[in-house]
Structure formats: structure tokens, C-alpha cells
Design a protein around this ligand. Structure first.
Ligand SMILES: O=C([C@H](O)CO)[C@H](O)[C@H](O)COP(=O)(O)O
Length: 210
């Protein structure tokens, strides 16, 4: 069954915990966004895992170097999954995977900004990562002409475990799952909704029906 990941791009631990409390019944993975971790440090990871020990806590570190060291910090704080940039060297990804194995946790590679996301997804899967995030970041989403269809098409031909992030919402989540993504990542569609719990519930139901 495909998973729903809520991406929390809020800026304080208090706000993140409040949102997670509302949407936890409907999500499998709670992502602490990069701006949130940069603002609050690894303490937000510890607080979220303590509040939701039954969920996978995803620390969106977007590591570009010192893979083993940065991943180790997040795993010690309570993360289950951490991100490393696909644009980083293989040595960085291998280092993070080493830390993940030591903790019994996992690494996700984020392909944001990478020219050929499918090729990189296939390469890094061989390095032992859990899955690869086919990702159009917020800046790319706000660029004229952006469509999530690009990511959906890439997922359909990736042939390796992928998630999709970059404007997932109730109108496109079925296509995201039907394309083969094992995880649908939804940020603004949940935290920006008037009723985040209802938004998460609708996404959960659409995923389960896809
Ligand atoms: O990872 C993200 C971005 O780089 C900011 O941290 C987002 O969480 C990701 O893009 C999902 O958010 P939405 O696109 O708002 O669904």
C-alpha cells in the first residue's frame, strides 16, 4: 500500500507538533521540512518522534556533504529517514547509508535540481537507499509553466522505488500513485488547507482507492 507523507514546512516546533497532531491518523510519514530543521535544529526531530513514536519521522536534511556525520546527528535525534541530495557525490550518499545501517534506519535521495532525475534515481538505488524522491522544489513549482505531470511521467519510467514531491494535491494524487510512486508527499496541500485533518483524510482515501 502506498504511503502518505506530510511535509511540514512550518517554522517552529510548536506549529509542527500542532499540525502533526491533527493529521497523524491519516499519514504514514511525518516530514520535518528543511526550513523547520534549519530554524529549530535537531531538537524538533526528537520532539516529533517522542510525540509520534508509531510514525516514520523524516528529517529533510538535504545533505550535500559529510553524509555520515549529518545523517548520524539526525538518527541519534530520532529520525527514521533522512535526505541526501542526488547532486551530492556518491561518497556522501554512501556515508549516509553507512550511518543508516548502523542505526537500522534509512536514506532517501532528493533529486531536486538534478537534470536527469530518472537516471540519478537508478544510480543511487544501487547504493542502498530506501527510495528516491522525484522532487520539484518550491522555487521550481513557482516557475511559470511548471506541471507535476513531469514527475508523474518520470515515476512511470523510473523502475526503482520513488516518491513524488512538488505540488501533490487532491487533484493529482491518484495519478501520482497510479504512476508507481510508493510515497506521495504533500506539503502545502495539507498545512495550507483550512482544515488540515480533512485535507489529509481526503488524500489518504484517494491513495487507498488508486
Ligand atoms: O521539500 C520540500 C521543499 O524543498 C521545502 O522544504 C517540500 O516539503 C516539498 O516540496 C513538498 O511540499 P509541497 O510541494 O508544498 O507539497
Amino acid at each position: 500500500m502506498a504511503k502518505l507523507q506530510v511535509a511540514i514546512d512550518l517554522l517552529t516546533t510548536e506549529e509542527a507538533l500542532a499540525l502533526a497532531a491533527k493529521v497523524a491518523p491519516y499519514v504514514d510519514i511525518i516530514e520535518l521540512g528543511t526550513p523547520l530543521i534549519k530554524n529549530m535544529g535537531s531538537t524538533v526531530i526528537t520532539a516529533m518522534k517522542a510525540a509520534h513514536p508509531d510514525k516514520l519521522v523524516f528529517a529533510d536534511l538535504k545533505t550535500a556533504d559529510a553524509g555520515e556525520l549529518e545523517a548520524d546527528i539526525a538518527f541519534k535525534a530520532g529520525a527514521d529517514l533522512v535526505t541526501v541530495m542526488g547532486a551530492a557525490g556518491n561518497a556522501t550518499i554512501i556515508g549516509a547509508v553507512k550511518a543508516a545501517k548502523a542505526h537500522g534506519k534509512g536514506v532517501v535521495v532528493d533529486t531536486i535540481g538534478y537534470p536527469d532525475r530518472v537516471k540519478r534515481a537508478q544510480e543511487v538505488t544501487a547504493l542502498g537507499v530506501e527510495f528516491v524522491e522525484l522532487h520539484a522544489g518550491l522555487d521550481e513549482q513557482w516557475t511559470a509553466g511548471y506541471s507535476i505531470q513531469v514527475l508523474i511521467d518520470e515515476a512511470a519510467r523510473a523502475g526503482v522505488p520513488v516518491s513524488i514531491a512538488g505540488g501533490v494535491n487532491i487533484d493529482n494524487v491518484s495519478a501520482v500513485i497510479q504512476a508507481g510512486a510508493i510515497v506521495a508527499v504533500a506539503g502545502a496541500a495539507i498545512y495550507g488547507a483550512e482544515d488540515p485533518a480533512a485535507a489529509a483524510k481526503a488524500l489518504r482515501e484517494a491513495i487507498d482507492a488508486a
